[in-house]
Design a protein around this ligand. Structure first.
Ligand code: DX5
Ligand code: ZN
Length: 214
């Protein structure tokens, strides 16, 4: 599977997001990861649909919108209208029946649907909804903030998931040159990286290194 790189704009310079998007696009990113936080599901607040709408006009890359919010089903339509190309909800925030409804709505509009789980949430929680997911997003830090340490014990969860799921597996949190390698070896093929990319002096080099291209 080709490794895809999704820089997380949480670590970008928010005073010039349009420029940052253009820079990572030119540097070889495959998609833009957008972290949406509500101050309820996670102890931080970031951005919502109005910002995403303007981001959409600043890049040709798909917008990978990661909803770290309670009751995501109430806001998914707004995120769709804003131009999301991929939408991820957390299994800790939504029931199976609602997942099923959202999957068919999103599929009808050509939007890829992802299901995420926190480091402390067992794989058994998503087993019976994997059939509705185009991809899974495995949190390798506790969600809420950029710049945290990769939690190595999540690797076995990625391995087990890979043995039962053929879709894309995205990993999010603490990804750098070293942890990218072990996450990919465990079965991940989309790498979300915030501080590693935006904290580097050279976005192109950082993205190449994550792909193990030197
Ligand atoms: C964490 C977010 C991540 C975060 C990753 O709650 O979901 O996407 O931006 O940042 P780094 O790569 O710095 O851990
Ligand atoms: Zn994220």
């Amino acid at each position: 599977m080709r490794i895809k790189i999704a820089p997380s704009i949480l670590s970008a310079d928010f005073s010039c997001l349009g420029k940052e998007l253009k820079k990572v696009e030119a540097a070889g990113a495959d998609m833009i990861h957008v972290d949406v936080m509500d101050g309820q599901f996670v102890p931080n607040i970031t951005i919502g649909p109005v910002v995403i709408k303007d981001l959409k006009g600043s890049t040709k890359l798909p917008l990978d919108v990661h909803l770290m919010i309670e009751n995501p089903e109430k806001l998914i339509d707004s995120f769709v209208k804003a131009g999301s190309d991929m939408i991820t909800v957390h299994i800790e925030t939504i029931s199976k029946s609602k997942i099923k409804i959202q999957k068919s709505k999103l599929a009808a509009r050509g939007i890829r649907f992802g299901i995420s789980l926190n480091p402390g949430t067992p794989l058994s929680k998503i087993k019976n909804v994997l059939k509705f997911a185009d991809f899974a997003l495995i949190m390798t830090v506790n969600p809420g903030f950029a710049g945290q340490e990769f939690i190595e014990s999540v690797l076995s969860k990625i391995k087990r998931l890979r043995s039962m799921f053929k879709g894309d597996i995205s990993v999010d949190g603490g990804i750098n040159e070293r942890t990218a390698k072990i996450a990919v070896a465990a079965g991940a093929n989309i790498l979300v990286a915030g501080s590693y990319v935006f904290g580097s002096g050279n976005y192109r080099k950082a993205i190449r290194r994550l792909r193990c291209e030197g």
